[in-house]
Design a binder for this molecule. Structure first.
Ligand code: SF4
Length: 117
């Protein structure tokens, strides 16, 4: 199973103001590129950790977890503990930076990520 999470810095950061996050997720699910989608306002906060570890634990069959949000290297560092707690193989998490993009640009970046990984 493949999933896509969108993380948007609480929805207040200017980096995410030029895109329609609902349209992005709806397009990706309509295109059937992943098996589930979700939006989280702040995955790097404590409740984001809880969300990630709960998701990773309860879905032992996740092959890929795509996260569109901030810099993928930052994501790797910030999500490390949550994945470790869940016993989730970190290499299944693949991030993409969509900051400062509009809806179409973010969609393209996410499609490319999914096709190439
Ligand atoms: S994980 Fe990245 S995109 Fe999400 S709230 Fe934290 S800094 Fe922002």
């Amino acid at each position: 199973m493949k999933g896509l999470l969108l993380c948007v810095c609480q929805g207040t950061c200017p980096s995410f103001q030029n895109m329609n996050i609902f349209e992005i997720l709806n397009t990706i699910r309509r295109e059937g590129l992943v098996d589930f989608v979700a939006i989280h306002p702040q995955l790097c906060a404590d409740d984001g950790d809880n969300f990630l570890s709960t998701l990773a634990k309860s879905n032992g069959n996740i092959e890929k977890l795509y996260v569109a949000g901030c810099d993928p290297k930052m994501q790797t560092k910030m999500f490390r503990d949550a994945f470790e707690r869940a016993g989730f193989d970190r290499t299944k998490h693949v991030g993409v930076d969509i900051r400062n993009m509009n809806t179409e640009q973010a969609l393209e970046a996410i499609r490319k990520l999914i096709k190439e990984s």
